[in-house]
Write a protein that binds this ligand. Structure first.
Ligand SMILES: CC(C)(COP(=O)(O)OP(=O)(O)OC[C@H]1O[C@@H](n2cnc3c(N)ncnc32)[C@H](O)[C@@H]1OP(=O)(O)O)[C@@H](O)C(=O)NCCC(=O)NCCS
Length: 333
């Protein structure tokens, strides 16, 4: 069954923000038993951006949203809604969307945060677009922001090398008939929760001196389990969306996968029978920025004029939960 919105709604502008500090693989090899060759060949990552301590998600999310608003020529006060996808909010509460609302001056907006790990941006995009399509609101912003450097164990080489910090934002509103979101397919499988998670700091295991000493406020991951599932689900899910809408790889102008590992992305592109040049890649410069990978890759595609009005685009993600999903759209501008 297709998941169509009741009205045509799509992305009409993008923005992004990365912190200035670049951490190369060589920098990491000075503090960890790792090396540039291993990281590059196993993951595709060359460098990532990390914030200076004391920087919260809102401090990257707000500039990304301001840039998207500027690119659209829209005032912040025109926004009705801000949905922020993140696993690294400024604080557990209030929501980071509230801080971003204040920082950009979106005086007429309501907002909330949404957590679906690396699939968060796609789930937030679907949520915001559905609300706009339903007619209750006109203009919404979706921000994907994560400060992963604050939740990695910098002594664990199996995870510390994989993640970066960044933010991407998009504006969504009604677009011409036939453009915008055409279909989506999102899934959750909670049996995967044990393979990628942060054990402490929530209600199940509140913070204590012991949890901090045991580094239970950092990412715990069974890399190969995540890898296997990500390859299968991202590839199958994108393929399903293409098949049920009657499209072939050659119809696709742009494939924007979540940037977790170049080998996962290549496998998904192959399954779509896609020309590799049509896949957006920014993992080499930014690593896995969790909810920010897709909006920043989209922003880059727009800047590089790799996408134009009417082009068929597929966005696809996989993450902790497990969560995964894909969104098929015709670019609206
Ligand atoms: C993490 C990941 C890159 C590991 O790659 P891999 O090819 O599966 O490597 P393995 O885990 O099998 O480890 C192979 C060896 O490399 C070592 N290794 C792991 N990280 C290393 C690093 N940064 N530098 C050097 N060696 C490393 C391991 O300790 C292991 O050594 P051993 O054989 O002596 O035990 C890969 O599993 C992955 O990308 N998984 C998905 C992660 C992901 O996408 N997470 C986010 C989802 S949104």
């Amino acid at each position: 069954m297709n998941h169509r919105l009741v009205a045509p709604v799509g992305i009409t502008a993008t923005g992004q923000c990365f912190p200035p500090r670049v951490v190369t693989n060589d920098d990491l090899s000075k503090i960890l038993d790792t090396n540039d060759e291993w990281i590059r060949t196993r993951t595709g990552i060359r460098e990532r951006h990390w914030v200076e301590p004391g920087t919260g998600a809102s401090q990257l999310g707000a500039p990304a949203l301001k840039q998207a608003l500027e690119n659209r020529g829209m005032k912040a006060s025109e926004l009705d809604l801000i949905v922020v996808a993140t696993v690294t909010p400024d604080t557990i509460f209030p929501a980071t969307s509230c801080r971003i609302q204040d920082m950009v001056g979106a005086s007429n907006a309501f907002g909330f945060d949404l957590n679906a790990a690396c699939s968060g941006f796609l789930y937030a995009l679907t949520t915001a677009c559905s609300l706009v399509a339903a007619g209750g609101i006109k203009k919404a912003a979706v921000v994907g922001v994560d400060i992963m450097s604050t939740i990695i164990n910098k002594e664990d080489r199996t995870t510390a090398v994989l993640f970066g910090d960044g933010a991407g934002a998009v504006i969504v509103e009604q677009v011409e008939e036939g453009l915008g979101i055409l279909d989506f397919e999102h899934r959750v499988d909670g049996t995967g929760a044990c393979y990628l998670y942060m054990p402490a700091g929530g209600s199940l295991k509140p913070a204590s001196a012991e949890t901090v000493a045991n580094k239970e406020h950092t990412i715990h991951q069974a890399g190969s389990e995540v890898f296997k599932n990500a390859v299968r689900e991202m590839a199958d899910n994108s393929r399903l969306l293409m098949d049920r809408n009657g499209f072939k790889g050659e119809d696709l102008k742009l494939f924007v996968p979540h940037q977790a590992n170049i080998r996962i992305m290549d496998a998904a592109a192959k399954r779509l029978e896609l020309d590799p040049a049509r896949m957006m890649v920014n993992i080499d410069r930014y690593a896995n920025t969790t909810t920010a990978t897709i909006p920043t890759a989209l922003h880059q595609a727009v800047e590089e004029k790799r996408v134009a009005k009417g082009d068929l685009v597929i966005l696809s993600a996989f993450g902790a939960g497990f969560t995964w999903g894909s969104t098929l759209l015709r670019w609206a501008y």
